[in-house]
Design a protein. Structure first.
Length: 174
């Protein structure tokens, strides 16, 4: 909103979800805090508040609503939030690149082969592996938020988590 006249301003052309919701750039954010920020901003820019305004004001209200809803979606999902912090884009890369660690790929292959014979055990193994990857991700962000380390490994870890999630879902799709 314009400080002087109170008119709604257009959202940034390439909105950063942390900026849109006025949150610190952190991985460890409480979902409740994300919701509080989303609600506060939503109240200010909701289209119902601009129903009697000009078409331009109504359009900007809709653009802001889309931007804050997108920011909320991106920041509530820990994987999207991690990717946003590491790369500036919450969406997975389109390249469909496999994790480059051959040992990891071999473990996933073994999991997929074992899923036919023992889906329960395979799901447990894959879930444990995924939990370890999530713990690594948490450690990386804890270190980064303390002002140390970098986020160079995040995308690779997120790729492994996606592979393991697929392995887990294959054991439950029956």
């Amino acid at each position: 909103m314009c400080v002087g006249c109170g008119a709604i301003q257009p959202p940034p052309p390439d909105p950063d979800p942390f900026v849109i919701l006025g949150l610190d750039r952190r991985y460890h954010i409480d979902d409740k805090h994300i919701e509080e920020q989303w609600r506060a901003i939503s109240r200010k820019v909701h289209p119902d508040r601009f129903a009697g305004q000009s078409a331009v004001m109504r359009r900007m209200s809709l653009q802001w609503t889309a931007a804050i809803n997108s920011a909320r979606r991106d920041l509530r999902d820990p994987d999207r939030r991690a990717r946003q912090l590491a790369s500036g884009d919450p969406n997975p890369p389109e390249t469909r690149q496999a994790p480059t660690d051959p040992a990891f790929l071999e473990m996933v292959f073994d999991l997929q082969m074992g899923a036919e014979d023992d889906p329960v055990h395979t799901r447990e193994q894959a879930t444990q592996m995924q939990d370890r990857e999530r713990a690594r991700l948490n450690d990386i962000f804890t270190t980064w938020e303390a002002g140390n380390g970098d986020l160079g490994e995040v995308e690779q870890i997120l790729g492994r988590i996606r592979y393991l999630q697929t392995a887990i879902s294959q054991t439950t799709d029956g």
